[in-house]
Write a protein that binds this ligand. Structure first.
Ligand SMILES: Nc1ncnc2c1ncn2[C@@H]1O[C@H](COP(=O)(O)OP(=O)(O)OP(=O)(O)O)[C@@H](O)[C@H]1O
Ligand code: SF4
Ligand SMILES: [Mg+2]
Length: 359
């Protein structure tokens, strides 16, 4: 199977809406993206020094778009997502710089009360291990209706009906029985479906899913990703999906941001990242995962070397010690994310132009 056939059509013009001007003439305006992150820096003060977990990332998510954040352990994926939700524990953490605009609001200056409403309301959240996110002593039904009553002021009867409908949407049969059960009575896949139902409860505009399928076996992973893709497309919900597995996301994402040592080192359509990767780290990552677009792979090569110590980043490119393309200039400064190739494709590498098709 060629992977190209499975890509979703990028929603290129999702942000361009036709409006009527005051003169009654129909015109086209460009609306800002649903989510826009600019120069986000998040750090932790520890005994070893300041951990620069997120070191100046910028990206946007359009309404209805699926954006994947990919990178190995410790690259700052979760910290960047937690920063959007303002869930960074302070101390030791803090958002040191940046701007996060969501649907016209600057999240970094929003009062805490408004932020609390946003979490689980306009922004739904799905985490890796539902057992730690679901409350073990409350029934599934109660966990869904509680959200509705808190966020929407729904009556108990209306909340119950909505809970039944949501279970149907996420493919859970016999909802009346399931709503009375506790999380431990359900399988891992079913618990993840419940997390999706909870994330959908308040008609979110955006869902942030942090490694939503990592704990599941491969078949169930595919089913859950398929379900998320189907629901977010149907309901026009934007999705930020975080994963360390570049092999999985391409079928589900419009855009992929590859993170390394707290920065985005490559960004582009899933097709560009797969077929024309321009950062040596992306190339190495692609070699480390099974590829759906290659019929057979002789062997997988893990990315050699260790991620850098985030308390001791120097002025040069953070990937330098592991990079087979490194040249003297790479030690002097850190390359900025720069446009290359097709529209929207960018890489942070001094040699991006001559690293073509090296995968
Ligand atoms: N509370 C904290 N105190 C100190 N350092 C932290 C804290 N939380 C995260 N970090 C550090 O921030 C960096 C980024 O962590 P993050 O959890 O975002 O990685 P990740 O990309 O999500 O990795 P994984 O794939 O393992 O989930 C890591 O070096 C981590 O040790
Ligand atoms: S800038 Fe240099 S060290 Fe960094 S990824 Fe590119 S070639 Fe490698
Ligand atoms: Mg994480």
């Amino acid at each position: 199977m060629m992977i190209d056939t499975t890509f979703r059509t990028p929603i290129r013009n999702a942000h361009k809406n036709k409006i009527k001007t005051s003169q009654g003439i129909s015109g086209s305006v460009v609306l800002p993206p649903l989510l826009s992150i600019r120069n986000l820096h998040t750090e932790f003060r520890t005994g070893r020094g300041v951990v620069r977990a997120v070191g100046g990332i910028s990206y946007t998510v359009e309404a209805g778009e699926t954006v994947a954040i990919v990178g190995e352990s410790g690259s700052g994926k979760s910290v960047s997502a937690m920063s959007i939700l303002r869930l960074i524990p302070d101390p030791p953490g803090r958002i040191a710089n940046g701007e996060i605009m969501f649907d016209g609001r600057d999240l970094l200056i929003l009062p805490e009360e408004a932020m609390r409403k946003l979490r689980g309301g306009e922004i739904g959240m799905i985490f890796q291990e539902p057992m730690t996110s679901l409350n073990p002593v409350l029934t599934i039904g109660r966990q869904i209706t509680e959200t509705l009553e808190q966020h929407r002021g729904a009556t108990p009867a209306a909340a119950h009906q909505r809970a039944r409908d949501l279970l149907g949407m996420v493919g859970i049969a016999d909802p009346d029985r399931r709503l009375k059960q506790y999380p431990h009575q359900l399988s891992g896949g079913m618990r993840q479906r419940i997390m999706i139902a909870i994330a959908l409860t308040c008609d979110p505009k955006l869902i942030i899913a942090d490694e939503p399928t990592t704990a599941l076996d491969v078949t169930i992973q595919a089913q859950i990703l398929e379900l998320m893709k189907d629901l977010t497309q149907r309901l026009n919900i934007a999705l930020v999906i975080i994963t360390h597995n570049l092999g999985v996301v391409a079928r589900y994402a419009n855009r992929v941001n590859v993170m390394y040592a707290g920065r985005i080192v490559e960004s582009g359509s899933a097709a560009a990242i797969y077929h024309d990767p321009r950062h040596p780290y992306t190339i190495a990552l692609l070699r480390s995962v099974p590829r759906l677009d290659r019929p057979r792979q002789d062997r997988l090569d893990p990315v050699e070397g260790q991620p850098p110590d985030l308390t001791r980043l120097d002025a040069g490119c953070a990937f330098r010690p592991r990079c087979r393309f490194a040249v003297a200039a790479c030690a002097e400064s850190s390359p900025a994310l720069t446009a290359i190739g097709e529209s929207g494709h960018a890489a942070a590498c001094f040699r991006a132009a001559d690293i073509a098709r090296a995968a």
